[in-house]
Design a protein. Structure first.
Length: 181
């Protein structure tokens, strides 16, 4: 927190220690984004202010943190559910951009935790979802769809690791890198 009367305004660049704290805060908010779409969107926006955020960006991040602390509800797995009998389902979709200057597609995915029903999902819980302009150029609609699915798979691996870490809190970081599929 800055002190009143220090000569800085909301448009002043943050100092080095504030930037370090800002990065840490945004990393924490991004981690919450695994189960909170609002946190995911906020982290994406806040990351756009790096490498040199302004004081007002820090204030916005702190305000968002206070909001998260007051209304965030973590994903809680019911104790009667056997996660070994659940599956993760990734649903993706994309459309190829039709502008003259770019072939970046708008892709998105949802990651669901579902029971092992014979249908696609049966009962399920939405874990996370994301939609954004692809960072990679797509040459066809099929390519755009593949890029959207790859984004879902990348995030799915993160979610799978996160759930494994919740189920086995005593594993070391090295042991978490050796998870069996």
């Amino acid at each position: 927190r800055r002190t009143r009367g220090d000569g800085r305004t909301a448009e002043t660049k943050a100092n080095a220690s504030e930037i370090s704290d800002f990065r840490s805060l945004i990393s924490g908010i991004a981690w919450l984004g695994v189960t909170h779409p609002g946190a995911q969107a906020a982290a994406s926006i806040f990351q756009g202010y790096l490498p040199e955020p302004l004081i007002r960006h820090l204030q916005h991040a702190n305000n968002f943190l206070e909001q998260l602390q007051s209304d965030y509800r973590p994903v809680i797995f019911r104790s009667d559910i056997d996660l070994a009998k659940c599956k993760m389902v990734i649903i993706s979709n994309a459309s190829l951009g039709k502008t003259q200057n770019t072939k970046h597609s708008q892709g998105g995915h949802l990651i669901l935790l579902a029971n092992q029903a014979k249908q696609l999902c049966g009962d399920c819980t939405l874990l996370t979802g994301r939609s954004a302009k692809s960072k990679r150029v797509a040459n066809s609609t099929m390519c755009a769809e593949a890029l959207a699915l790859l984004g879902g798979i990348e995030e799915g691996i993160l979610v799978q690791t996160w759930i494994h870490e919740l189920l086995h809190p005593n594993l070391t970081a090295l042991e978490l890198t050796k998870i069996q599929p």
